[in-house]
Design a protein around this ligand. Structure first.
Ligand code: ATP
Length: 347
């Protein structure tokens, strides 16, 4: 037991002191007259599942493609596994496994045959890893089935198995949960957590808040080619605006009664008995005080609130608030991040 604790401490120390697996400074990229990456700074430490979260078109795939040498950024510095790009790319990519877009296979061949083809390029050690990686992704029993008959979830897992043939330190997965059903997402989560427990780093992009919250330890939020925030999920949960939800009859009138208060930044109604309020308060103590004031204000104005819940500190609310705040005055492009994430939560 003691040894275990000591070993874990040592691992934590190593993680704190080891250089990040990925460091991007000032990345910019323009397509034609459109600036799609506008100065991205990103730091991914070793040994975590890191979510790269943003709505469709935010620039996630472009950043990933730039890391892999599939597109050339116009500006910026990148270090991948401690090696500067582009000069160190070949060397770095030997230690990286990546899936950009849906993994492709020879449909008429079996899973094991597909992996053999890939292993032949990598070398003899990779071929020896085939049974182990199939086991690891839970496809050992289906390895002799043609991939054409595989579900999307099985193909995703086979894609990860293919990445693992090179025993990578870092896995880069672009929208790995796209098209997966809830059971597939659960399997993906288990697999990613196991890979992280082995000491690997998993960098995955997603437009689903819920998925990042379930799978990842850390995340960066990107929108319109800019990083809005990055950190642990707990840190990010504290990034947006504090909020409170009050259940009260005649919600529209109650919203009017609260909207003019200086400690309220926005009030919206959801149904005829629910107010969603964004506060101007800072700190937990300030939020509690303002919340109590709002309830008192409602009662004094003849309303009878019967439910109060804080929405502060919820990763989902904070990230959505962050995306909305930065998007003020701009057309909303984050509907995709909103709707499916909420659907997932509801499911
Ligand atoms: P999605 O999840 O929809 O793929 P994303 O966050 O990965 O979104 P990107 O694919 O990086 O976003 O795209 C960012 C922006 O760059 C989008 O507006 C996209 O239309 C544009 N874009 C991407 N690739 C090209 C290209 N080859 N030529 C022109 N524009 C491009």
């Amino acid at each position: 037991m003691r040894d275990e604790v000591a070993a874990r401490r040592l691992e934590d120390m190593q993680q704190l002191t080891s250089p990040p697996v990925l460091q991007i400074r000032g990345m910019r990229k323009r397509y034609g007259d459109r600036q799609v990456i506008r100065g991205v700074d990103l730091t991914v430490p070793r040994g975590v599942a890191f979510g790269f979260l943003g709505p469709n078109g935010a620039g996630k795939t472009t950043v990933i493609r730039a890391l892999l040498g599939l597109t050339i950024p116009d500006a910026g510095e990148v270090e991948l596994l401690g090696l500067p790009l582009p000069s160190g790319r070949q060397q770095a990519l030997r230690r990286v496994g990546a899936i950009v877009e849906e993994p492709r296979f020879h449909a008429r061949m079996t899973a094991v045959e597909n992996l053999r083809i890939h292993a032949a390029v990598l070398g003899p050690e990779a071929a020896l890893r085939i049974p182990g990686v199939l086991e690891r992704v839970g496809l050992r029993g289906r390895q002799d089935q043609r991939v054409g008959g595989y579900s999307l979830g099985m193909r995703q897992r086979l894609g990860i198995a293919r990445c693992l043939l090179s025993d990578p330190e870092l896995l880069i997965l672009d929208e790995p949960a796209n098209g997966l059903d809830p059971a597939g997402i659960r399997e993906l989560r288990t697999l990613v957590r196991e890979l992280v427990a082995e000491g690997r780093t998993v960098f995955l992009s997603s437009h689903l808040l819920d998925e990042v919250e379930r799978i990842c330890d850390m995340a960066a939020v990107i929108r319109d080619g800019r990083i809005l925030a990055q950190g642990t999920l707990d840190e990010l949960a504290g990034v947006g605006r504090p909020g409170v939800e009050i259940r009260v009859g005649h919600a529209a009138d109650a919203a009017t009664a609260l909207a003019a208060r200086p400690d309220v930044s926005a009030v919206t109604t959801a149904g005829d008995d629910r107010l969603e309020i964004t506060l101007r308060a800072t700190g937990r103590h300030g939020e509690q005080q303002v919340t109590a004031e709002l309830v008192r204000h409602l009662v004094e104005h003849g309303f009878r609130p019967y439910g109060v819940a804080t929405t502060s500190g919820r990763f989902e609310d904070r990230v959505l608030a962050l995306l909305e705040r930065r998007g003020e005055g701009e057309p909303r492009e984050d509907a995709a991040i909103d709707a499916p994430a909420r659907a997932e939560v509801a499911a």
